[in-house]
Design a binder for this molecule. Structure first.
Ligand code: NAP
Length: 278
């Protein structure tokens, strides 16, 4: 699995990680096995959130005895993101994850609490060693600009945003801004939240063709395309171990410039628009 530096942190992080939204809704043993298979294959970046029901508890089971392998990320809900609320939410996530630290802690989206307060809480948690870095999610360029004006705001390591083949809005402004400012871009819902282009669609046929040339599958081609630039990471969610293994194998795929151009044409990025979110 290829790794790359995660924004301004010194950490090398797997370009393909593991999402966990709704991971608690299926069979618990399968979910734990899927995360472990992913870890075995190098998908050591695990993404969760206090919002994701019992996903943090599932992760605790999966990473028991393996904490040092993992780059563990959780998120505070905007409604909790006051100065004291952020600290309380973090402590709760740490307890549920059965760990003493998060590698990165994110504001899930911008809410009513001033960014100054959330950043101050993040920095306090970082000084205490409860989090090793912090970032944001669903921030458009104007939100990032606002964050950059806040004391300590430039300490932001990543921006986690919606990014899949049929939703490439972040390519217009968010990715360039983040690359310029040393912020990692973590693309979420890389399969469109389980709405992946079928093999009989025009785009699906292009993916199948590229995949066949590599002895790969269409989803692996899609994941590799989504991490083709130096700031990019992706976090597919898999509740089945065989899916996790397939996703991890995408980390070793190499796409040529011509193949990237084919995919680019098959899934046009469209006009500049404001940041979409799920
Ligand atoms: N920051 C935010 O606001 C935000 C918003 C949305 C998502 N996220 C994060 O991003 C993660 C991923 O996004 P997502 O959960 O929305 O959806 P997704 O990763 O786009 O799609 C997940 C679906 O794809 C299926 N799948 C995964 N690998 C597969 C494979 N190799 N072959 C066939 N099917 C496969 C999964 O099935 P199985 O489960 O059956 O394996 C599941 O149904 C989330 O889990 C979460 O951690 C963040």
């Amino acid at each position: 699995m290829k790794q790359r530096p995660f924004g301004s942190t010194q950490c090398e992080v797997s370009i393909i990680g593991q999402g966990t939204w709704y991971l608690d809704s299926g069979d618990r043993a399968s979910a734990v096995a899927a995360l472990r298979r992913g870890l075995d294959r190098g998908m050591t970046h695990i993404d969760t959130a206090e919002m994701y029901g019992d996903a943090e508890l599932v992760i605790a089971d999966a990473i028991a005895g393996r904490r040092d392998e993992v780059f563990l990320v959780s998120k505070v809900l905007p409604s909790n993101a006051s100065r004291s609320g952020t600290v309380a939410a973090c402590d709760k996530s740490l307890r549920r994850l059965k760990t003493d630290r998060l590698d990165c802690y994110l504001l899930h989206w911008r809410g009513r609490h001033p960014l100054e307060d959330t950043v101050a809480a993040f920095e306090g948690l970082r000084r205490q060693g409860k989090i090793l870095s912090w970032g944001v999610s669903n921030f458009d360029v104007d939100d990032l600009e606002a964050l950059w004006k806040v004391p300590g705001g430039k300490g932001c390591a990543c921006n986690q945003v919606l990014y899949h083949l049929n939703e490439r809005a972040i390519e217009h402004a968010v990715i360039p801004w983040c690359e310029q400012n040393g912020v990692a871009v973590v693309g979420y819902s890389p399969y469109g939240h389980d709405n992946f282009p079928g093999p009989r669609t025009a785009g699906g046929k292009v993916l199948e063709g590229v995949a066949a040339a590599h002895g790969a599958i269409a989803r692996q081609v899609a994941l590799r395309f989504l991490v083709r630039q130096r700031a990019l990471f992706t976090i597919p969610k898999a509740g089945k171990a065989e899916h996790a293994a397939e996703n991890a194998a995408a980390g070793d795929l190499q796409l040529s410039e011509a193949e990237i151009a084919q995919i680019d044409t098959a899934f046009p990025r469209g006009r500049p628009r404001s940041l979409p979110m799920l």
